[in-house]
Design a protein around this ligand. Structure first.
Ligand code: HEC
Length: 111
């Protein structure tokens, strides 16, 4: 038997194994909780936070902050993202973002 005659069925088997999508489907269903979006708000900072704050990580990080955190804490947080992690956050958008964050995740929540 020529080596080529053995190679063809072997390749076909490998191709079949690769086309088995059951693994991929399971993966899609069990997504880690990382697609967490920012809480919707009519505040102007909501849109700006979406543009500037979910580029590197999901909104999960915001949710883990203490609900007692005051405005100064969020102000420092936004500055930290810009200065330490070099987030391209426009200076003029920062007050609106802080306002949205403290009213949505911090100690100025209305609920
Ligand atoms: C350039 C990437 C980048 C951008 C843009 C960015 N972050 Fe972050 N952020 C990070 C990194 C990296 C960490 C993880 C720091 C760590 O693990 O200590 C982080 C962590 C956090 C945390 C968790 C607390 C902490 O200090 O680690 C919060 C809250 C947070 N970011 C909020 C924001 C907000 C609000 C914005 C928008 C103003 C923002 N991030 C934009 C990179 C970014």
């Amino acid at each position: 038997m020529k080596p080529q005659t053995l190679l063809a069925p072997a390749l076909a088997l490998v191709a079949m194994a690769c086309m088995d999508t059951s693994f991929a489907i399971t993966k899609t269903v069990e997504l880690p909780p990382d697609g967490i979006a920012l809480t919707a708000s009519p505040l102007p900072g909501y849109q700006k936070a979406q543009e500037n704050c979910t580029r590197c990580h999901s909104a999960e990080y915001m949710q883990y902050q203490p609900p007692t955190a005051p405005r100064a804490y969020w102000d420092a947080m936004v500055k930290r993202m810009k200065v330490v992690f070099k987030g391209p956050i426009p200076e003029e958008d920062m007050p609106a973002i802080v306002d949205y964050l403290v009213k949505t995740y911090g100690n100025e929540q209305s609920k």
